[in-house]
Design a protein around this ligand. Structure first.
Ligand code: 3PY
Ligand code: MG
Length: 251
C-alpha cells in the first residue's frame, strides 16, 4: 500500500491543495512547500488531458502524490489520469450509490473493478505492467464528492459502497444545492457537513473537505474530518501578492 493511501484510510490528517494553474512550474513550487498531496483540478480549471501527465510528473519530482479531480464520471477520464501516474482520483458530484459503485469499477482492476490495462506512464510505459497490476488496487486513493442535495439524501447508501477510500464534501456546491448560502445558511450547511461526516465515519470511511483557509480545520478535525484540500494555487498566489502589497503600501 502507498504511504499516502495508508494515511488517508487511517484517518491521519493530510493537507493538500487544488492545482488550477496549468503549468508544471506552479506544481513544482506548490509541491516544494510541504504539502501532503496536490489535487490537479480538471473539473473547474483549464487543464486538458495532454497536460495532466506533465503536471503529475512535476509533482513526482518532489515526491508529493498528485491526485486528479476528474471533470465528471466518465470511466475513460478516470482511467487516463491513473494511467498518467496520478496517486488517485477525486470524482465530483456523486449523488447515488450507483454512481459511487461506477467510480470504484473505473478505478480498480479486476476482480474488484473494470479498469482496462494499458502501457501508460504508471505501468512504466508497458515495461512494468505485471508489477503495476499487483499493486495498483491497493495503492490508488479513490475519493468521491458528496455535494448535492440528492447526495446528502442518499448519504447512507453512498458511504456504504465498498472501494471508496475518502468521502469528500464540497461545501460550495452543497450550500447552493441545499439552499444554505451566505452567513444565514451557515448552520444548515454545518449540519449537512456533520451528517455526511458521521455517516461516513460510521461506515469506516475517511472524510475530506475543501476549506478556503485553515481557520476552522481544528473544529472539523474534532468532528472527524482528516483529509483537507486547503485553498488552491491561484488563491495562494493572489493572497500572497495582496498581503505583501498591502504591507508595502502601509510601510
Ligand atoms: C465545492 O465546494 O463544491 C467543491 O467541489 C470544493 O472542492
Ligand atoms: Mg464542487
Amino acid at each position: 500500500m502507498s504511504d499516502f493511501r495508508r494515511k488517508c484510510i487511517g484517518y491521519e490528517r493530510v493537507i493538500g491543495t487544488f492545482a488550477a494553474i496549468p503549468h508544471p512550474v506552479a506544481i513544482e513550487v506548490t509541491a516544494a512547500a510541504g504539502l501532503d498531496f496536490i489535487c490537479i483540478d480538471t473539473e473547474h480549471a483549464q487543464i486538458g488531458r495532454e497536460l495532466i501527465e506533465n503536471l503529475v510528473r512535476a509533482s513526482d519530482v518532489h515526491r508529493v502524490p498528485a491526485m486528479v479531480r476528474v471533470p465528471g464520471h466518465a470511466p475513460e477520464s478516470i482511467a487516463s489520469v491513473l494511467d498518467a501516474g496520478a496517486a488517485g482520483v477525486l470524482v465530483p458530484r456523486v449523488s447515488t450509490a450507483a454512481q459511487a459503485k461506477a467510480a470504484v469499477l473505473a478505478t480498480r482492476y479486476p476482480p474488484i473493478g473494470e479498469r482496462g490495462v494499458g502501457p501508460g506512464r504508471a505501468a512504466g510505459y508497458g515495461y512494468r505492467i505485471p508489477d503495476y497490476l499487483k499493486s495498483a488496487n491497493e495503492t490508488l486513493v479513490l475519493a468521491i464528492q458528496i455535494e448535492t442535495a440528492e447526495g446528502l439524501a442518499n448519504v447512507e447508501e453512498i458511504v456504504a459502497v465498498e472501494g471508496i477510500d475518502v468521502v469528500f464534501i464540497g461545501p460550495g456546491d452543497l450550500s447552493v444545492s441545499i439552499g444554505a448560502i451566505g452567513p444565514d445558511g451557515a448552520e444548515k450547511l454545518d449540519a449537512a457537513i456533520l451528517k455526511i461526516t458521521k455517516a461516513a465515519r460510521k461506515a469506516g470511511k475517511a472524510v475530506g473537505i475543501f476549506r478556503p483557509s485553515a481557520d476552522d480545520i481544528g473544529k472539523w478535525s474534532e468532528a472527524g474530518i482528516s483529509f483537507y484540500l486547503l485553498s488552491s494555487d491561484t488563491r495562494f498566489l493572489g493572497a500572497g501578492v495582496a498581503a505583501d502589497v498591502a504591507a508595502a503600501r502601509s510601510a
